[in-house]
Structure formats: C-alpha cells, structure tokens
Ligand binder design. Structure first.
Ligand SMILES: [Zn+2]
Length: 227
C-alpha cells in the first residue's frame, strides 16, 4: 500500500497494489482503512455518468463521489479503468471511476462542475491526479474503437500498422484543460496496469489469460481531504 502525501495539494491518496492482494471484496479495503480512522465509502460502479455528493454513509450506485467532509474517505476499485482524484484544498474532493463508458458520457467535466458548485470554488482551484490505468501502449485493438465515432474523441484514437490505440488519459487531461484547470495542477501517474504486472491488476490481462474461475481481481484507490 502506497500513501501519496502532497502529490496534489489538499488530500491524501492511498493506492493498494499486488502486494496487498485483490480488494474486490470491500471488506479488505475497509479493514485497511481502519488504521486511518476514516469512514470509507465505496460506490457500486454503474459505468455511467451518475455522480453523488456524500452527506451520510449509505450505499451509493454511481461512478463519482464528491465530499466536503474530512471524515470521509472515498474509494474505488479499479483494474485498467482510470482512478481520478480531484481536490480543492480545504473545500472538497472527488473520486471518479474513469472507465471508457463513463468517460464517453463526460463523467469528468460533469463531476468537475458538481465539485465547483458544491464547494463554490473556481476551476483554477482544482488539482487533478490520474492514477495507474491502462495506457495507450496497451489500450490497443484490431478494429476501429468506439471512440472514433465521436468527433471530440478522434484526437485520442491513433492508428499504426493496422492497429488502433486510444489514450484515455490524454482525453481526460484535455477535458480538465478545457474546464479551466491550470496546466501545473494536472498530474498523471503514467503507470500502466496492463504491462506493469508486478504492481497492478489488469482486467484485460485477466480476460486474456482466461482465469475466469474467480472474479477479476482489483486494486483500490482511496482519497480523503487533508486536515
Ligand atoms: Zn502498457
């Protein structure tokens, strides 16, 4: 488990890895968060663009959570999808599950707008961290990817020797820039979940290796506001 202090201002980010085992069972993640003295909230992911502001501990079904409460730790389970943390120092925090379906449905700009309206802050105050996820090097396909059907996504679809690739991270970074977040507030980890097999779990690799006797293993990303 890696604790990232000050990687972006205003929050602490904790990242589990292969060494921590599969955290698909949220019980494991709750156990791990106990030491930090935080109430962990993990939504049931819907692969859409639903966002929720956390006011009390309940069961959330959405792909982005927003909080203004330092007692809340927001968590998501990932294995190739982009874990995205956006922080406004002392005011608020959001954790987004950036799967390709949610990203196509503009979950990032929608959540950023929610974060600003909830905290009464400006886009210039937001800091963004994109965690380890499947990068362009491994997000490849033989047929035209779905993103190529959307004009705003075309710049992120690349073709080389009859193989296509998509950079979801570049798309998210550009969405943040368009929203008005300053360049030096954007941080992308760059770790690739697919080929850095010793550090992370990858859903695509799990599917390829057909280890389908059990559910796909995930790692966890949890963030909370710094006190
Ligand atoms: Zn890769």
């Amino acid at each position: 488990m890696v604790e990232l202090q000050h990687i972006i201002p205003g929050c602490v980010i904790v990242l589990t890895g292969r060494a921590d085992g599969d955290i698909s069972s949220e019980t494991v993640l709750h156990q791990k968060m106990k030491d930090y003295g935080k109430t962990l909230i993990v939504p049931r992911l819907m692969h859409g663009s639903e966002r929720r502001v956390v006011t009390k501990h309940e069961m959330f079904q959405c792909d982005a959570l927003i909080t203004t409460d330092q007692a809340h730790a927001l968590g998501i389970r990932v294995a190739d999808c982009l874990p995205i943390v956006c922080s406004i120092k002392g005011k608020g925090l959001t954790v987004i599950h950036g799967g390709w379906r949610s990203l196509l449905q503009s979950i990032v700009p929608l959540t950023l707008a929610d974060l600003c309206s909830t905290t009464m802050a400006d886009p210039q105050d937001i800091f963004v961290w994109i965690g380890p996820s499947i990068q362009q090097c491994c997000n490849t396909m033989q047929s035209l990817p779905i993103q190529s059907h959307f004009p705003e996504w075309k710049p992120y679809v690349h073709e080389k020797k009859e193989q296509y690739s998509v950079s979801l991270q570049d798309a998210v970074l550009d969405q943040c820039r368009t929203f008005g977040i300053p360049e030096d507030h954007l941080y992308s980890d760059g770790g690739c979940t697919y080929h850095e097999t010793e550090s992370y779990y990858s859903y695509r690799r799990w599917k390829l290796e057909r280890k389908m006797t059990t559910g796909a293993p995930h790692f966890g990303v949890v963030a909370w506001m710094e006190e």
